[in-house]
Structure formats: C-alpha cells, structure tokens
Design a protein around this ligand. Structure first.
Ligand code: ASP
Length: 342
C-alpha cells in the first residue's frame, strides 16, 4: 500500500534564492515540491507538501519554532505514515535533538534533511537528500515503519538525529555522528544497521511535549577562563541549568575560585551537565582524572557521550517537564531517546 508522507518546508539553503540587490541567499516560498523535484512522482508514496511559515534561515531557530514544528507534526500525525522536514543545516542537529525529546512514543519516521546548495542550483545536493529521505520514510519492516524516531538524512547517511552535529560548512557530507553508527547507508541500495534502529513502538499514543525551558546556559571552558565571566553567567536570575563543555574526558581547571563558583551555583539549585569538547568521539568519564574529581564534588553530573546539541535541548525539555531537580539529574545521566551511551 502507498505510504502517505508529509514534507514540511521550514526554510534553509535548500529553498533559497539570491537577493538581486545584495546577493545574499534568503529563503523563498515555493508552493509545491513537484515543480522543483518532478522525480518525486516516481516514489511509491502519496506526498503532501506544507510550508511552516515564516520561512527561516535556521540560525533563527529557537524553542518557539520547535514547539510550532512539534505541534504541526502532532496535528498531522494520524494522517501520515511519515514526515520529512526540510530545514537549514546550521541548527538542524539542535532541532532534531529537541524534536526527539518532545515527541514521546513516536512510532513513525521524522526525517530532517536539507542541502548545502539550493535546490535551484545545478549541482544541488538537495535533490538526492530529499529523494532518499522520502524513500526511507516510506520504508516498512514487518508491517511497521522501518524508522520510528527522529533522524537526519544527509549525503548518503541516515543518522539518529540527537547524535549528530554539523561538522562541515563546505562539504556535502555536512553531518557527523561520532558516538553512534549511521542508522543506514545509502548507495546502490539502502543498508540499514538493524541493530541500531530504535524500535520503540509501545502502542501508546504520541505525546507532544510543548513546554521547553530556555533558562539555561552553555559554557565552553578554555584555558584562562575568567571567574568574573563565569560569575556573571551563573548569577543570571532564573538560570536553571548549565551545559559545561569541558576538556577531554570531562576535565576542568582545579582552581579553587572556579570550583567554588560552580559549587555555590549548584547548591543554589542550578543543574550542571558535563559534556566533552572533543567533537570526534569519546565520552565524559568523571573521576577518571583528578581534574574532573572537583566537578564531581560540586554536584556536576556526567552527560557521557551526549553532543552539546542534545545536552542543550535535553536540559530545556527536562526543566520544561517541571520534574524535581534530583529527577532531572537522574535523567541527564540516562538515555531517554537513545541520545547517549551508558
Ligand atoms: N544558513 C542556512 C541555514 O541553516 C544554511 C543551510 O541551510 O545549509 O538555514
């Protein structure tokens, strides 16, 4: 039976045209995808195309946008077998991570894709990306959708969305998932990594979580980080959580002033999650080196091998649920949607 797929266009390079006056690329509204991509008619599926206005460069993505997008999926959930979201690449990994937390009991594919070159350009990578994303969204296994989670499809690879980050601003191969295998590789055929597919069909109805708490901060450590700067951030009124991007396997300066600021904030109820600055792989292992013991004592919890993108959106999601702080700390250290390895 033909699958019904909804393509949701949100903006990004994939649909951009050049502003005649200043030459800058800006999103434009194309009213139907078939005019740009007639090959889509060959796919064994009924495809609808809807635009989420206003179209944005993904640099303008924010929690309000994620809420609108998640609600849009929720409203259309029962009418479609799968969703393909056309999105700018710059913050696609953040959106994929946020959606993964916001869509509980997801039992259908939600695949984000985009391109490095606009669709209207001769060598655009957008055509292949959309075609493959839609084809994967129509795929099934034993009567169930093959993919039942939020993914990113880009340049021959299907990734678990909340494991990715944008790794390259130049190559077509723009995304990396350092701590989790590709879910599928696309060549002449599509090869799924069956053991990595997140089958989670509980039969429970989809829950769309639409409370996100943006009272969080991201602090990247660097040698010479000033306590004054840290203090300014940690004393922001209503700050609830901090993603601390640390060195290597979760290490930080042993300086007393630095650590006491973290401890003070932590005692006031600010939650710290430790993720690594090492983008190419590895995990935070608190206590492995003396240099992370201090953080441990200050109440900082380990984000293991979570990406910064996943940690930021997970904090927003967890605080949005209004669960007690101890529970937030518990869940930060455990996978909710396959976003970390423990
Ligand atoms: N600036 C664009 C965006 O993220 C880049 C892209 O789509 O690749 O919206």
């Amino acid at each position: 039976m033909k699958k019904k797929i909804l393509i949701i266009y949100t903006g990004g390079t994939i649909g951009m045209i050049q502003n005649q006056e200043n030459g800058a690329l800006e999103p434009f509204e194309f009213s139907d995808i078939y005019s740009q991509l007639p090959m889509l008619k060959l796919i064994n599926g009924d495809i609808d195309f809807k635009t989420l206005l206003p179209l944005i460069d993904s640099s303008d993505t924010n929690p309000d946008f994620w809420i609108r997008l998640a609600n849009f999926i929720g409203e259309n959930y029962n009418n479609y077998d799968g969703f393909v979201i056309l999105h700018g690449t710059d913050t696609m990994a953040y959106t994929a991570s946020a959606l993964s937390f916001m869509l509980e009991n997801l039992a259908k594919p939600v695949i984000l894709t985009g391109s490095q070159l606009p669709l209207g350009v001769v060598r655009s990578d957008g055509r292949d990306n959309i075609m493959a994303a839609v084809e994967i969204a129509t795929d099934e296994f034993e009567g169930e959708p093959r993919i039942q989670e939020v993914c990113i499809y880009f340049e021959n690879g299907l990734y678990r969305g909340n494991r990715t980050y944008k790794a390259n601003a130049e190559k077509f191969n723009a995304f990396a998932s350092p701590n989790f295998h590709k879910i599928a590789k696309v060549g002449v055929s599509i090869t799924y990594n069956l053991s990595d597919i997140h089958y989670k069909n509980t039969g429970l109805p989809l829950i769309v979580h639409t409370e996100l708490d943006s009272h969080i901060a991201l602090i990247k450590l660097y040698p010479g980080i000033q306590t004054q700067m840290l203090r300014s951030v940690l004393t922001i009124p209503d700050l609830h959580g901090v993603v601390l991007e640390t060195f290597g396997a979760g290490n930080a300066p042993s300086d007393e002033n630095f650590l006491s600021l973290i401890k003070e904030a932590s005692e006031k109820g600010i939650v710290f999650v430790n993720v690594s600055q090492c983008k190419d792989g590895g995990s935070v292992k608190m206590g492995l080196y003396e240099a992370s013991v201090g953080l441990n004592k200050c109440g900082v919890v380990s984000g293991a091998d979570m990406t910064t993108e996943a940690a930021v959106s997970k904090l927003m999601y967890l605080f949005g649920t209004k669960m007690p702080i101890e529970e937030i700390k518990y869940w930060l250290q455990r996978p909710i949607r396959g976003e970390m390895t423990v």
